[in-house]
Design a protein around this ligand. Structure first.
Ligand code: CAA
Length: 694
């Protein structure tokens, strides 16, 4: 049973019991509807609803989306609650989200325990609040605040919800059931009667046209915030009943979109990605002290993330001056956290002056449980650092490299403890970016893998398992789609057209703007590193080396593909002549590409490499690749990740594109065997996710 009924003196108490988050699945909806009817039949004077376990309803049951809906439907349930002839009281704690908040707003009175979060996060799942939320919230808080809350999906604290008028009462602490009963008795003593929000007139209209523009601009191609806006706006011109019908219409439209499928895939993939069958029953090692070697941007970011997670940090630099500079970098990161209210002044002082040590003395690493090197990306340098680490690290310490490309097995083999060696590939800035690639070498023992994942979780990261290959999951795939973009330039497109196409697709920045941000010198160094072993059939553009030779490294030098003036960018006039000269040198005549052709090439390269990464076992499942691209490479979440996107497009069309492109460049365009197999078997990447328990 998912809703328990109990008559407590004159109050019918409905206790939701659907762990872990009391999602409003069909059983809960039926239980609530039956409970209200039974309360009336029993002659109760009021109904109290609360959730057992960790929370009030955290929303509709997302697993039901896309399936045939089973009544009672949530909007009907909310209407039935509101229409009850006796007061219905919500007593809430935990996370009051989505349909959960809609049920609360349908109740006549509400009390909430401090520490709770209330919100309508539906837009983040590609839908909108579909159970009256878009009609009831503006009647409670006004249009402006309702639009803000619904179109951003951002939750508010219980005390803010009280100020806004979403709830009636706030309790500092206590059990929801006890607080609710006391409140219900008070209300009955005062002669309280039902108070349906639907009968409150709609609030004063606002400047909808300009608000809509702002919402659309922020949505950057995502449909749900704009549709959610339209549903709220409908409350200003339609009756409550007609407003509900309009909300339903828009809700159903969104439910059918690929964006909804992509966003829900992302939601579940994010939770699935750190669940590794190989780690069942494996205990991670204890971690309280971290060593970081190298205090540049990356090392300082890793140290900051560890400090903010409550870990002690010893950071090693080559000289005491460099150690001081690293200290200052971390201080700057921490003052950002202080400004954003993540830590208090006294916590800031403790982290910086007690929990953090910066030094040039390796011996200080002897107490570290995990040592992470974040030094220059060069095999010889890394091996020297690992040799030094070995002399001081205690037995059982996890020895981690933050390398983003290099062969972890070679690094591990240079030590006497290869089982303790792991890759922890953070993304810059490491205290902000949520992705962590946990790279498992041939000899890494499961306990060390488990420790990498446990540390990732502690740091608030989404950890993804990667096998060893050049660039691991993310940078390897990046290299393929960047190469496709480079080829498209040699063949006739401009970097600016490519950036615009990808930005229209939903990336915050196109690949060439990203290259400018990362620093063109990084790609330059990488091209030089790979030159000796490069296959002569590979097409590598050289015009960008000319830019680098001129000291144009991108944003940090003010010039790269673009010229930067503060935050605004404009095309660098030197770039197209360099490209033209290279085309002339190679005897290529520029073809013209439509935006759609550019997108197809770029995505085909990304999907193909991703399929190789999965097929070779570098990534465990397609969803692992999706999460890496979503969390670390700016792939638009509403497309669900490259392999979800590929499924939604249809794999045969993508394979046909690759085979078509291969006619001109059979070296680069070699279809992934996994992609061919899936097409031959009429299967999808998501079928593979399901096989591995998603
Ligand atoms: N439906 C189904 N399952 C859900 C769920 C939901 N609404 N919310 C969470 N779960 C599942 C998770 O998938 C996870 O399952 P596994 O253990 O099998 O992985 C489990 O519950 C615990 O979730 P988390 O790991 O996320 O736990 P957490 O403590 O970190 O976070 C939470 C809890 C804040 C509630 C978070 O799960 C969350 O944000 N959930 C989604 C909330 C949401 O978006 N609600 C709106 C739903 S849409 C809606 O309500 C539409 C409407 O108007 C009709």
């Amino acid at each position: 049973m998912t809703v328990h009924y109990e008559l407590c003196v004159e109050i019918a108490v409905l206790a939701a019991d659907n762990p872990p988050v009391n999602a409003l699945g069909v059983g809960v909806r039926q239980g609530l509807q039956d409970g209200i009817a039974r309360a009336v039949a029993d002659g109760a004077k009021a109904v109290l609803i609360y959730g057992r376990g960790r929370t009030w309803f955290a929303g509709a049951d997302i697993r039901e989306f896309g399936k045939t809906p089973v009544p009672p439907m949530l909007p009907d349930l909310c209407n039935a609650i509101e229409a009850a002839p006796i007061p219905v009281i919500a007593a809430m704690h935990g996370t009051i989200l989505g349909g959960g908040l809609e049920v609360a707003m349908a109740c006549h009175y509400s009390i909430c325990v401090a520490g709770a979060r209330l919100g309508l996060p539906e837009v983040g799942l590609g839908i909108l609040p579909g159970a009256g939320g878009t009609q009831r919230l503006p009647r409670l808080v006004g249009f402006e605040q309702a639009i803000e809350m619904i179109t951003t999906g951002r939750p508010v604290s219980a005390s803010r919800a009280l100020e806004m008028g979403i709830i009636d009462k706030l309790a500092e602490d206590g059990a929801a059931r006890d607080l609710g009963l006391a409140y219900a008795l008070d209300l009955l003593a005062q002669g309280a009667t039902p108070r349906p929000v639907s009968q409150t007139p709609a609030p004063e209209a606002v400047d909808f046209a300009s608000l809509k523009q702002q919402v659309a601009a922020k949505a950057r191609g995502q449909l749900s915030p704009v549709a959610a806006f339209e549903a709220v706006e409908a409350a200003s011109r339609l009756s409550f009943t007609d407003g509900l019908a309009e909300e339903r219409r828009l809700f159903k439209t969104l439910m059918e979109t690929d964006q909804r499928k992509g966003l829900i895939h992302a939601f579940f993939a994010e939770r699935q990605v750190s669940k590794l069958p190989e780690l069942a029953g494996v205990r991670p090692r204890e971690v309280s002290q971290i060593g970081v070697i190298g205090g540049g941007t990356m090392g300082a970011g890793i140290a900051t993330a560890a400090l903010l997670a409550g870990l002690g940090v010893t950071l090693i630099e080559t000289t005491s001056e460099a150690a001081d500079a690293a200290h200052q970098r971390i201080a700057k990161n921490l003052s950002g956290a202080l400004k954003r209210g993540k830590i208090t002044q006294s916590e800031h002082n403790e982290l910086l002056h007690i929990k953090l040590k910066t030094t040039a003395d390796y011996a200080q690493l002897s107490t570290a449980d995990v040592i992470i090197e974040a030094v220059f990306e060069d095999m010889t340098v890394k091996k020297q650092v690992f040799a030094q680490i070995e002399t001081v690290a205690k037995p059982g310490a996890v020895l981690a490299s933050n390398t983003s490309y290099l062969d972890l097995n070679e690094i591990a083999a240079s030590t006497t403890r290869p089982g303790d060696v792991i890759g922890l590939h953070f993304f810059s800035p490491a205290h902000v970016m949520r992705l962590l690639e946990v790279v498992i070498g041939d000899q890494t023992v499961p306990e060390v893998t488990a420790t990498g994942f446990a540390l990732g979780k502690r740091l608030g990261k989404v950890a993804v398992r990667s096998g060893v290959c050049d660039g691991f999951i993310g940078n390897r795939i990046l290299s393929a789609y960047r190469t496709a973009a480079d080829h498209t330039i040699l063949d006739g497109a401009s970097p600016y057209q490519i950036d615009r196409v990808l930005e229209d697709f939903g990336f915050a920045m196109g690949p060439f703007a990203v290259a400018d941000l990362a620093g063109l010198d990084i790609g330059w160094a990488n091209r030089k590193r790979l030159a000796a072993t490069r296959d002569p059939r590979e097409r590598v553009p050289q015009y960008v080396d000319r830019l680098c030779e001129d000291g144009c490294f991108g944003q940090k030098t003010g010039r790269g593909y673009y010229v930067y003036d503060g935050k605004t960018r404009s095309e660098n006039p030197d770039v197209m002549p360099l490209i033209d000269a290279e085309r002339a040198r190679l005897g290529l005549s520029a073809q013209s590409f439509s935006d759609a052709q550019i997108l197809r090439r770029y995505m085909a390269a990304m999907v193909n490499e991703a399929a190789k990464v999965v097929g070779e076992g570098i990534a465990l499942r397609p969803l692992d690749v999706d999460i890496v691209l979503l969390m670390g490479y700016g792939f638009p979440r509403y497309h669900g990740g490259p392999l979800k996107w590929a499924d939604l497009q249809g794999l045969p069309a993508i394979l046909a594109d690759i085979d078509g492109f291969a006619k001109d460049d059979p070296y680069f365009w070699q279809a992934a065997p996994l992609l061919r197999d899936l097409v031959a078997q009429n299967r999808t990447f998501d079928d593979l996710n399901k096989e591995t328990g998603t």
